[in-house]
Design a binder for this molecule. Sequence first.
Ligand code: CA
Length: 235
Amino acid sequence: MSMQNSKASVLIVEDEPDISEVIRYNLSRAGYRVRNTLDGEEGLIMIKEEKPDVLILDWMLPSVSGLEICRALRRQKDTRDIGIIMLTARGEELDRVQGLESGADDYISKPFSPAELVARVASVLRRSKPVTSQEALMYADIEMDLTTFRVKRSGRYISLGPTEYRLLRHFLENPKRVYSREQLLDAVWGPDIVVEARTVDVHIRRLRKALNSENGADLIRTVRSAGYALEKPLS
Ligand code: CA
């Protein structure tokens, strides 16, 4: 993989060539990998070819409108997390309400300064970073939906308290790894929280009870004097 691939990528969909070029020039200079197109439909194809980190989308486009593109991207699982900055012309203020509902992350009214746009791109990237692009975690017959916070075991919903949810999430992100109580406290409660190590045992017990409520195999392995792991029992 080349160095280039580590740069954040931006796609510009804007039908006014001069504006598109100014944006392209400034974002390239700011270190982004930039592609651009004047056409909405081509933009959608380019997104399929390679998902951008940020999309700069003009509101008024000839073939398919920015609003439609925005809605379509938010509907699809694999494009839902693209940061979208909508460009609106003067006089389109009314439509901004509609735009907000469509799910854009930010708006810039024309005319705008290139410096402002570069700053907004950086801000959208910062905000979208902690959001995992992953929608679900799975191990054995456990499924955790990270968007709805619901957990299923063997296809049936189980109810978990917030701490048990975070514990399970940590295990699902690192299955089969044994964690000591101290490591779990750090990872799940945070390093600054003072809790007794025994507290971990209490929450592990609750998690185990919730997970096993449907008589499934016990997936939490207790490793004597070492800690716990999420692991399928040897059969
Ligand atoms: Ca336009």
